[in-house]
Design a protein around this ligand. Sequence first.
Ligand SMILES: O=C(O)[C@H](O)[C@@H](O)[C@H](O)[C@H](O)COP(=O)(O)O
Length: 245
Amino acid sequence: MAAPMITVEENDSLVANSLCSFVIERANEAIEKRGKFFIGLSGGSVVKYLCNGLPSLKTDWSKWRIFFCDERFVSYDNPDCTYTPYKEGLADKVEMLIDVNIYPIKPELPVEECAKDYASKMLKCFDIKSGFPRFDVLILGMGPDGHTCSLFPGHPLLEESSKVIAAITDSPKPPPSRVTMTLPVVNNCRNAVFASCGASKAEMVQRVLEGNESPPLPAAMVRPTDGSLHWFLDKAAAANLKNKL
Ligand SMILES: O=C(O)[C@H](O)[C@@H](O)[C@H](O)[C@H](O)COP(=O)(O)O
């Protein structure tokens, strides 16, 4: 993998603008070349960045296929639900993005079955029988402990090498049950994209991007094998980076 591409903006609104422009460019390129655009979304601050910026941009929404990098295992009407803010802030705002093109988990199933159901839905949508889907873009968040998706430091799920989607029932961050993409799927994407803003991220951004820690933090394990890694930061989150850009 080539070195991460790091974009530093003055503040979080400019990060949101750059992130949305990046996504639309990749979407339009994927649609032109391959007819569809596959994206995985995450919770956290990226929800508002994407929901505020994307709906007004020009793209063929009918060609988008939207999945989730991880979802909290709660019902759609629970305020912790990862899907509902995207349903309300994106899918409901964009006429051509009909509900069938956005794929939430089914929280009414038992969690292990829910993970299996989500994996098979994903493979079907990618039209593959086995192996790992290749997403055009994965939008990732990084938690204060260096987690990404629902892959937490020291957790055995970091070693998962065959499942596409896994259930976790002992997440250190509530809610304890979640459904997440595994690292092999994350690292099979064309573009892995982090967006982190604010001074509270500065230390962890530096550790993930420059720390070379062993064992590596989950966010540092995102290294697409045949794709690129992008970080969108505001000045406060980038403040501790030693290699000034
Ligand atoms: O499922 C979750 O609990 C959140 O989605 C979480 O994993 C989030 O993505 C990170 O904590 C980064 O969040 P921020 O970008 O808001 O810092």
